[in-house]
Design a protein around this ligand. Structure first.
Ligand SMILES: [Zn+2]
Length: 384
């Protein structure tokens, strides 16, 4: 069995977890999928974990689900009497369905890990080549890594409304062939992380500016509904996933002792925290104490993982809104190499650059350990 999990496999694992309680969903997507919520422990101090805002960052879902599984099997110990851990392992179910359907059009479930890795390596290398061509020649034409998935079909999506909507969207917005593999947005083609009330980026899109994604994805236009980057369906409209998340965070913060949260993305091996206010933060008045608290907790996580720390804030994303409204929230970019959704599933040593060595195992190992060691730090700072 390979390491990649599709939407159905994820849910099969989640439904079988021991020592977890499945709560009622925090909300439903536009096309009716539940955003599921699982709880571990019953302690006084509450922590939130989310993954897959950008569905192409599949390793984030897989890491959080494997972490939950280790808690379930008691391979990891977290004090159930002290903490209550809330998990939203699939923030963007529609996107996860689209991207994992694309993966399954080429990479079957029941192959060996070694065979699966050859696909991941090919995908990684094709993306790398396209990144180089974009840099050298300004090439924004066909992309090798998308072309690998040119037979991925929207017909494999069960939900009729979402399928018809997407078929229409592919034609209307002239989306590149094979781009289902890069799907980070929800089923409506809105990038949830860009979907806030207002931002400089939203102003640019509203003004009709053409904005391309970068490097190996530069044949995708961010100013149009599609696989990634588009900030709204209608200007000012907040997507149901984001509405559900904000309500959920508010509920936990108002009703309990909320000590912090972990938001997982990929890639870059970076821990982002709310650092110096570079611009006027639209959501909070930032003070020195908050900055230090955010920094100290992020520093703990970074010291265990060896990840880079970054406090840069530009307040143009949903995650910066969560970081502002619900301190302490860390955003963690998993994995030392790019090319989501497959690059981070490589797990071998072919020599050379350390970044290539055991990418997948390293992600699971160091991040599990970092959570274990960061929770007491969150608690300590909360109780100061
Ligand atoms: Zn992301």
């Amino acid at each position: 069995m390979g390491k990649i999990l599709d939407y159905e496999e994820m849910n099969n694992i989640l439904d079988k977890l021991k020592n977890f309680k499945k709560e009622k969903p925090i909300g439903y997507t536009y096309f009716g999928y539940p955003i599921n919520h699982y709880v571990y422990g019953h302690g006084k101090y509450h922590v939130i974990f989310t993954a897959g805002t950008h569905s192409a960052e599949l390793i984030s879902n897989v890491f959080v689900i494997r972490f939950m599984e280790m808690l379930s099997n008691k391979k990891l110990e977290i004090d159930e009497d002290l903490y209550t851990l809330h998990f939203i392992p699939i923030v963007n179910p529609e996107g996860t369905i689209i991207v994992t359907n694309a993966i399954r059009s080429l990479i079957p479930r029941n192959i060996s890990e070694e065979e699966e890795e050859t696909y991941c390596l090919t995908y990684y290398r094709n993306s790398y080549i396209e990144g180089e061509y974009a840099n050298k020649y300004g090439d924004n034409g066909m992309k090798l890594q998308q072309f690998m998935f040119r037979h991925a079909s929207l017909d494999d999506i069960d939900n009729e409304n979402m399928r018809d909507y997407l078929k229409n969207l592919f034609v209307k917005n002239d989306l590149p062939i094979g781009c289902m593999i890069n799907w980070s947005s929800n089923g409506r083609g809105v990038d949830l992380n860009s979907n806030i009330e207002d931002s400089d980026f939203i102003k640019r899109v509203s003004n009709g500016e053409q904005i391309r994604a970068k490097l190996h994805l530069n044949n995708i236009k961010r100013n149009k509904l599609g696989p990634l980057g588009c900030p709204f369906f209608r200007k000012g409209e907040i997507e149901k996933e984001n509405e559900a998340l904000i309500n959920f965070y508010n509920q936990i913060k108002n009703d309990y002792n909320y000590i912090g949260s972990f938001i997982y993305h990929s890639c870059g091996d970076i821990v982002y925290y709310l650092g110096d206010a570079l611009k006027n933060n639209p959501w909070i008045n930032f003070d020195e104490k908050m900055k230090n608290n955010n920094y100290n907790i992020a520093l703990k996580y970074a010291s265990v993982t060896g990840y880079k720390l970054d406090g840069m804030e530009i307040y143009t994303t949903m995650d910066s809104k969560l970081k502002s409204l619900f301190p302490v929230t860390l955003l963690i970019e998993l994995g030392s190499i790019r090319a989501t959704p497959l690059g981070q599933f490589m797990d071998f040593d072919i020599g050379g650059d350390d970044n290539f060595k055991y990418v997948y195992s390293k992600i699971i190992k160091v991040n599990s350990q970092a959570i274990i060691e960061t929770l007491p730090k969150m608690l300590e700072i909360y109780n100061q």
